[in-house]
Design a protein. Structure first.
Length: 272
């Protein structure tokens, strides 16, 4: 069996037949499945799986990424369930594993990991050519980013408020930002003892904020708006820092969206 068919937990998957019935609990993976030409085999998705907008609406919803409707999935009789380490609850996945024959676990942590993600799904669902086409497009974007010089920036990437939350450096988001020489603060690794991958912080008690050049307010998971941006610009605690909105899908969605996301970040950094 090809090593490309081994998922993030080390489980090897045989090639699925034409009758595969796929439920995806990962928004960016759902978009990738469409890009691989698997639309006829996608039988379930979460309410957060919104791309491609004109086609995904025909696929039944099975709850959210964490608030999953187990019985709705059971009724769809899937042969394959696709989940993600960060986005789905382990207990729920184990419950679904009792009746879904094949559970494919994904965990891309860097933009380059999308290459193995394309290969994994291409191998399982007999879409090798489509996967190779996407890989060529991604590699071109990665090469473009690597061949350009960007001014180094320390950035605070906000994903939530009340409490304020950001990202550790071992997240996919932080790895995407590093492609354009943007480095997230605080300088912490979520895998280290006592650290969170998405840490909360206090503007009044975070001395590392002094080193931040740019504050990015993401459109997801919290939907920051221009009103939030304007309010933060009036906050004396961050005076002198560049504060702006950023498209969270372009930065945090892996899969096929990474191709467009890298181009988006290159354009943002070039305009700085």
């Amino acid at each position: 069996m090809s090593l490309r068919a081994v998922d993030a937990t080390g489980v090897a998957h045989e090639q699925a037949g034409a009758g595969a019935r796929i439920v995806s609990l990962v928004p960016s993976i759902t978009e990738l499945l469409f890009a691989l030409g698997l639309e006829p085999q996608i039988v379930g998705r979460t309410g957060f799986c919104v791309h491609p907008r004109d086609r995904v609406r025909n696929v039944p919803k099975v709850g959210g990424t964490k608030a999953v409707n187990v019985e709705a999935i059971r009724a769809l009789q899937p042969t394959h369930l696709i989940v993600n380490v960060d986005e789905n609850e382990r207990g729920t996945v184990e419950q679904l594993r009792t009746f879904v024959p094949h559970v494919v676990v994904t965990h891309p942590q860097t933009p380059h990991d999308n290459l193995s993600l394309y290969a994994l799904l291409g191998a399982i669902f007999d879409r090798d050519k489509e996967a190779q086409r996407l890989a060529a497009m991604l590699e071109a974007r990665l090469h473009e980013a690597a061949s350009r010089a960007f001014a180094a920036q320390n950035v605070l990437y906000l994903i939530w408020r009340e409490p304020w939350m950001t990202v550790a450096r071992d997240t996919y988001i932080s790895a995407m930002l590093r492609l354009v020489n943007w480095h997230t603060l605080p300088d912490v690794q979520g895998g280290s003892a006592g650290a969170a991958r998405y840490p909360a912080f206090d503007f009044d008690r975070s001395p590392w904020l002094a080193g931040v050049d740019r504050i990015l307010l993401s459109s997801e998971p919290y939907r920051f708006t221009q009103a939030h941006c304007d309010a933060l610009k009036r906050d004396r605690r961050v005076a002198g820092k560049r504060i702006e909105l950023i498209d969270g899908e372009m930065v945090s969605w892996y899969g096929v969206r990474a191709i467009e996301g890298i181009a988006y970040l290159v354009k943002q950094a070039a305009a700085a």
